[in-house]
Design a protein around this ligand. Structure first.
Ligand SMILES: [Zn+2]
Length: 97
């Protein structure tokens, strides 16, 4: 079982840098961001975790576990960091062609 990360001050594995700023990925139905800096995103995530501590009863298997395919068409998250990243990538690819 994973120990709680509340005492840890930096959540590098949950911060995503995109062309429009930094996002913090949460286990809830929305992500946080975009923020100007990595520190701001991390601070928001620390506050978010503190706020949701004990409220989230999802199983450990639902936890974010690194690189995976993300289907933006079926994503149920609002303000999703992975979708933002994918959309930026898609629009920059379209501009290049
Ligand atoms: Zn998404």
């Amino acid at each position: 079982m994973r120990t709680d990360t509340i005492t840890q001050t930096f959540h590098a594995d949950r911060l995503v840098h995109t062309a429009i700023g930094w996002y913090a990925m949460t286990r809830e139905a929305y992500d946080l961001g975009p923020f100007q800096s990595r520190q701001e995103a991390n601070d928001a995530l620390v506050r978010h975790i503190r706020m949701h501590k004990g409220l989230n009863t999802r199983a450990a298997s639902d936890e974010f576990c690194g690189i995976g395919l993300h289907d933006t068409d079926f994503c149920a998250k609002s303000n999703c960091a992975r979708c933002a990243e994918a959309n930026i990538l898609r629009s920059s690819t379209l501009r290049a062609s």
